[in-house]
Design a protein around this ligand. Sequence first.
Ligand SMILES: C[S@@+](CC[C@H](N)C(=O)[O-])C[C@H]1O[C@@H](n2cnc3c(N)ncnc32)[C@H](O)[C@@H]1O
Length: 414
Amino acid sequence: VNRPPPKNLSPQTVLHRLPRLTVSIQSDNTTHITYGDRETRTGAWTLAILDAFSCPRTVEQVLQQLQIRSTGVQDWIDLSGCILALYRAGVLVDELEPSLSPVKNAFDGARIHTIMLNDRERTSRFLSAIQEVVSPGDVVLDIGTGTGILAVAAVHAGASRVFAVEASGISGFARATFKANGVDDRITLIEGWSTQIDLPFRADVLVSEILDEDGLGERVLEATLDARNRLLKANAGLVPRRLRVCALMVNIPDEYLNRTSFTRRGAEDWLSWYGIHFEPLVDIAERNPAPIKVRPTIASGWKILSEPIMLAEVELGSFSGTTAEAEVTGTAIGTGVLNGLLLFFEAELSPGNWLSTRPGVAGPECNWQNLVLVLPAGVPVSPGDLFLIKYQYSRSRTTVNVSPFDLRPQSQGS
Ligand SMILES: C[S@@+](CC[C@H](N)C(=O)[O-])C[C@H]1O[C@@H](n2cnc3c(N)ncnc32)[C@H](O)[C@@H]1O
């Protein structure tokens, strides 16, 4: 293959590693890297260098970062030689053509962003909230810019400068969006995690759509608190400003359960079709129930056995901890078999402008699904029956459990 001779590296050259590599460490401590149809073998510093260049950095920055780990002159020569070798091999590149991940639902893939942009309710509500909250001349921070849509909307609302932060490889596409819309002179794209970056000055407004199915699991609390502490002015405007995590007691229809979980019925069918026993899978799943997902428009056809039960409400401008927990009672309002607790969230994007994933409210384009905790032993309920629901969110994990709430005194006469 005829390739032009590689350009020389200078301390100011900005490099970025290729987004997808397969790396294996050999028994002689060299590193074998496969990328596309190419492969290369490099020395002992490779892993540290690949890590350091996971976001665009100058050669000088990385040498400074890694030199404290260097044992002496020879080791330092090996380090700089390894950077040069990785550059010459094309593993570190200075102009990264953005590429899409083939992995379904990865944030550097097209699919998830397409689904989000096609969710017009979500996107239009965010755009109108940005129009309302951003004032001409504001500095705006967009955490998780994705394809760049909210950053462009902030410029349209009059922002004088937008810092658009994106951790995944979709950032290169955001850069293209900014250029195509003629706003690249007003938007600074920062590739990396918001918790690991600094801004030259604090922002007046935070816009951020990092909401996942259970509301908090994409670390919106962690990112917002960190931004409030380091990146935003006091009393900065926030889009969204308030979040609620809510639950509904539901009856999951058998046919849905059989399609999404290991159930007795499924095991019976598989035994009759294939002559193979699967009951132990049902036992294991019942001991460690995993939540299932459902589209809100499908769940709206299920039997809903309670009014919404609020598990957490967070004012994003003033909350202080990054955990949430609650013990609340849910009251049955109908008759049926309670076998699921469905979670949905509501986000107030600007005063009175609420986005909701509640079944019956969210439309067919809603990009979020509802998480449903499956209660293996369904409980027949009638109106007025009470249940105790314990909810906890901590470190991007949500746990919920439900038990019948016994109102009778624990011991007579005490
Ligand atoms: C749900 S998408 C929203 C994308 C875009 N803002 C939109 O509204 O279409 C969230 C994006 O935020 C990124 N992200 C999540 N947390 C982040 C953080 N703390 N710092 C930087 N990027 C983050 C993800 O990689 C993902 O691309």
